[in-house]
Design a protein. Structure first.
Length: 539
């Protein structure tokens, strides 16, 4: 890490100078931001110069919800995210099985297939050629197994397995415990791969959401050891562990079990499941599964116990919640906890809810009342919203048009941070910004700038980072940023009634890349002055 580096001849996204073209980094800190004429006067023999050649320097992204081991593993698994049909899935399995060994894949979504159904056990068994087959759905709340694997794991009679190819709940957990029982060396390999992947996408900070049903406690222990050993040569990771506690003593004990290195207790502490797997808890039946309203894994009493315990212990709590009835349970849990420990105490703990896809005005008011931060994934709407999409299939038109409403949260004053939920969706932060601009429900749209702030500065705040300058590029702030090759910069707004973009910098508003033709390319990611990803040589 050079002591002083001058980035010049580009554009710098900074509230301190919307016309800035250069940035000086000294000892891991932003020492100066300004324009080209002044930059030349600051150069001496001790300054390394980086010619941006018109590239954009902007605060690095913060991904507020990731699963590192799974993301790294998915990079080496059979990728089913681009499979557009049942026939395509079976063909992909046949191809993978031909090389020998078990077939593990991830990312399929039958709601996008013309057949509209998953394979039968016989179809999956034939495609796998007798080898074990496990294919996790895009939402990771269900999966497919062939008869060979189901028999070996004795799934008959286990909750969540009915003899078909689909596994949910306890059956899915049993399959994952077997398939994802990696060695420590494999865990570290996958985690390093995920960290490199994040950095290559301009992400220099993230919230890792570990939980017993996602990976074993050992998985999180190995990650914490890796992060401690390798210092700042990777994105800064804030680790959450999703295990419920009953009282403050248990909360403190659990934190101590992880060496006091956790950011909070929760994250993917599931109140309910997912819409894709029909396990999110709803007030009314699923449109495509009459009689089914999903699952509630934590009732209001247990939610209240966890919130009160964490509040008393000074620990941030967090929950996964998606369905509207799941949100009702969450808010009732907060109400009960506030009765025990006081509303002010609950507010000051800055607890958070992950996903929160379905809300009404009462839930929105409660989020404000209890000071709850929401962690949203805009890619969910981009993938599954709109006419004919998964949300409409599961919920019908009326309910599906009030989903993932980023603009509604921000307009009400609810703190919002953004993430990918990788590997559920790709690590694509500019794609998330674009999804906020182009939300299928116009009233839910926000400007590119608002989305960018939610995906940078707000992520640090949601994870409890005390530095008020975190996620910004201003003098005195930590030099954590990404360099982007962007063909055009603009001020972009989501309202079709007005000009949606402007390239006139005289407005004094920092400009961001125009996203009409895809995401800009990341050239470099820097954390506290240290380069953690570099692609300048391949420009």
């Amino acid at each position: 890490m050079p002591q002083r580096v001058m980035y010049r001849n580009g554009a710098v996204y900074s509230a301190s100078d919307p016309f800035a073209t250069a940035l000086l980094v000294a000892d891991g800190t932003v020492a100066w931001i300004g324009q080209e004429a002044a930059a030349a006067a600051l150069l001496d023999e001790g300054v390394e110069v980086v010619d941006l050649e018109g590239a954009l320097v902007a605060p690095a992204f913060f991904d507020s919800h990731v699963h590192l081991t799974e993301t790294g593993a998915a990079l080496s698994m059979l990728d089913l995210g681009g499979v557009g049909s049942l026939a395509g899935l079976l063909e992909a399995v046949r191809g993978a099985a031909a090389s020998g060994g078990a077939v593990f894949g991830a990312g399929w979504d039958e709601s996008l297939w013309p057949e509209g159904r998953v394979p039968t056990p016989a179809e999956l068994e034939e495609a796998g050629g007798g080898a074990d087959v496990y294919l996790t759905r895009a939402d990771v709340h269900s999966g497919l197994v062939n008869a060979s694997l189901a028999g070996r794991l004795a799934l008959a009679g286990v909750d969540g397995y009915d003899g078909g190819a689909v596994v949910v709940r306890e059956a899915h957990a049993r399959v994952r415990a077997e398939v994802l029982d990696f060695s420590d060396a494999s865990r570290r390999r996958f985690q390093r791969a995920a960290l490199r992947h994040l950095a290559s996408r301009g992400v220099a900070g993230a919230a890792e959401m570990g939980a017993p049903h996602i990976g074993t406690r050992r998985d999180t222990e190995v990650l914490l050891g890796l992060l401690e050993k390798e210092g700042q040569d990777h994105p800064a990771i804030h680790v959450y562990w999703g295990e419920a506690v009953a009282d403050a003593a248990q909360a403190r004990s659990l934190m101590e079990d992880f060496g006091g290195r956790l950011t909070g207790l929760g994250g993917d502490l599931n109140i309910d499941g997912s819409l894709g797997s029909r396990t999110a808890r709803l007030r009314a039946d699923y449109d495509d599964a009459p009689g089914s309203r999903g699952d509630l894994f934590l009732d209001a009493g247990r939610i209240a116990d966890h919130i009160a315990a964490c509040t008393e212990a000074g620990i941030q709590a967090a929950f996964h919640v998606i369905g509207d009835a799941g949100a009702d349970a969450a808010i009732e849990g907060f109400r009960l906890a506030a009765e025990r420990v006081g509303r002010a105490a609950v507010q000051s703990a800055r607890h958070r809810l992950e996903h929160v896809e379905m809300i009404d005005d009462a839930v929105l008011a409660a989020l404000l009342e209890y000071g709850i931060t929401v962690s949203l994934q805009p890619a969910f709407d981009a993938l599954w919203g709109g006419p004919g999409g998964q949300y409409e299939q599961r919920l019908g038109v009326e309910r599906s048009t009030a989903m993932n409403e980023v603009g509604r949260f921000l307009a009400a004053g609810v703190p919002v941070c953004l993430g990918s939920d990788a590997p559920v969706t790709a690590v694509d932060p500019w794609g998330a910004v674009k999804a906020c601009l182009e939300h299928h429900t116009p009233s839910a749209r926000v400007s590119a700038r608002a989305a960018f702030v939610a995906h940078t500065r707000a992520g640090h705040r949601a994870a409890g980072v005390a530095d008020p300058l975190a996620g910004q590029l201003v003098p005195g702030a930590e030099a954590t940023f990404a360099v982007w090759e962007a063909s055009e910069l603009a001020v972009q707004a989501p309202d079709a009634r007005v000009a949606s973009w402007s390239t006139d910098a005289r407005a004094g508003t920092p400009m961001l890349p125009v996203l009409d033709e895809g995401a800009p390319r990341c050239l470099r990611t820097v954390r506290a002055g240290r380069v953690i990803f570099d692609a300048f040589e391949t420009r």
